[in-house]
Design a protein around this ligand. Structure first.
Ligand SMILES: NC(=O)c1ccc[n+]([C@@H]2O[C@H](COP(=O)([O-])OP(=O)(O)OC[C@H]3O[C@@H](n4cnc5c(N)ncnc54)[C@H](O)[C@@H]3O)[C@@H](O)[C@H]2O)c1
Length: 250
């Protein structure tokens, strides 16, 4: 399937040590990219980097100086994928001010940080590509996801702002809006909230997608590889639903 569409490109993947980010990193390596994982999970980052013969930088994306140092340590940045993110369950009343700040710090400020330090490098290099992992929560009112939806709405609008402001600098910026994708994110949620009922709840969550199942990380990675390649050179400021029909029918 891979066509070496990212040959000679240096790609940073935040959250690259698990789930969607990991699948994107694997696909990008298969497409010929030189990949650097930015993740707070040192053990998983180093294990995956070892498997892929790529680099892992242990960094918490919500920390400004840490992201600055991590980006400065790279020779160049051609592609930036922002996949690092955290979840929170709860409506507004179940969202404390601390919850809101925590979600904002990682899911909004983390994405901002990576773009803030990568974009000047891309401008100096003559261009680049940014892909942010948003969510169906950016588009529709997901039940009990007040803080998470707030952050994913911001990821979508940051994507649009950056696409508009940097179009003349040859930087493309898009986002992907997945519905539920089967990753450790989902397994962790089920284990924490429904201990002993994981299988039943997995089936329920799967059937929430009109297509009858969750997405697979490789399916997100396939779209990511296309969007970050030259084949997508006319695409910027776009948000791609990949959601098994969720936004179609609800
Ligand atoms: N899985 C889904 O159903 C789904 C659906 C829509 C959108 N998303 C989004 O996709 C992205 C990836 O989700 P996933 O399911 O692969 O999650 P995951 O939990 O499997 O992976 C997230 C990765 O991000 C890293 N990370 C978290 N906070 C970090 C921080 N502060 N600094 C650095 N690294 C950090 C984690 O260590 C982990 O490796 C997230 O932004 C999530 O909101 C997921």
């Amino acid at each position: 399937m891979s066509q070496e569409r990212l040959k000679n490109k240096m790609a940073v993947v935040t959250g690259g040590a698990s789930g969607i980010g990991e699948a994107i990193a694997r696909r990008f390596v298969a497409e010929g990219a030189e990949v650097v994982l930015f993740d707070r999970n040192q053990e998983a980052g180093e294990r995956i980097a070892g498997e892929l013969s790529c680099r892992a930088v242990t960094v918490e994306v919500h920390k400004t100086d840490a992201v600055r140092e991590a980006v400065e340590s790279l020779e160049r940045v051609d592609i930036l994928v922002n996949s690092a993110g955290i979840a929170h369950i709860g409506n507004l009343e179940a969202t404390t001010p601390e919850d809101l700040d925590r979600l904002y710090a990682v899911n909004v400020k983390g994405v901002y940080h990576a773009m803030y330090f990568a974009i000047p490098r891309m401008v100096a290099q003559g261009g680049g590509v940014i892909l942010n992992i948003a969510s169906v929560a950016s588009r529709i009112g997901l039940a009990d996801r007040f803080a998470y939806s707030m952050t994913k709405g911001a990821v979508l609008t940051m994507t649009l702002s950056v696409a508009r402001d940097y179009i003349s600098r040859n930087i493309r910026c898009n986002c992907i809006c997945p519905a539920r994708v089967h990753t450790p994110f989902v397994d962790g949620y089920l284990a924490e909230k429904f201990p002993g009922r994981e299988e039943e709840m997995f089936r329920l969550l799967s059937s929430w997608q009109p297509i009858g199942r969750m997405g697979k990380p490789v399916e997100i990675a396939a779209l990511a590889a296309f969007l970050c390649s030259e084949e997508a050179s006319f695409i910027t400021g776009s948000a791609y639903d990949i959601d098994g029909g969720v936004t179609l029918l609800r």
